[in-house]
Design a protein around this ligand. Structure first.
Ligand SMILES: [Zn+2]
Length: 148
């Protein structure tokens, strides 16, 4: 009997369970869904190089890039509030893609050194990359209205 290929979200969910202890059990499914919308090498990067945290915070989501060895082999930390999982599936994918984009572009988070112009530029770059990743999954017009 041939093995059925695993759908990538189920595969991602399993990897999250094994490697991302700070993603609460009930957030694994929606996070895996959002990550599965990204190209394979991108979600692999996100899981291998980022520590992902799902917890209650005031901020919807953010990505921190660390220059020290705080996380073994992981340089980025992506923090997502569980409130995100009550939004639409597209918004979930957009937020996750945007934060993964920050990590992938290697944006250093130093709010004290950065000018607001620099911050805006980084936000736009992350949005553009996320938009490119997701455009095969959602209507471009709807995506554009989210990413502006
Ligand atoms: Zn951002």
């Amino acid at each position: 009997m041939k093995n059925k290929p695993m759908t990538s979200w189920a595969e991602i969910q399993l990897i999250l369970e094994e490697t991302q202890p700070l993603v609460g059990e009930r957030w694994r499914y929606p996070l895996a869904q959002a990550l599965s919308k990204l190209p394979r090498e991108v979600w692999k990067f996100a899981i291998e190089k980022c520590g992902i945290v799902c917890e209650s915070t005031g901020t919807p989501a953010y990505c921190i890039t660390m220059t020290n060895k705080y996380l073994k082999g992981k340089k980025h930390m992506i923090v997502i509030t569980p409130r995100l999982w009550y939004r639409t599936e597209m918004i979930q994918a957009c937020v996750v893609a945007h934060e993964v984009a920050h990590a992938m572009i290697n944006h250093e988070r130093d709010l004290y050194k950065q000018s607001s112009k620099q911050v805006q530029k980084e936000q736009r770059r992350a949005d553009m990359l996320a938009f490119n990743w997701l455009q095969s999954h959602y209507p471009k017009k709807k995506l554009k209205s989210y990413f502006v």
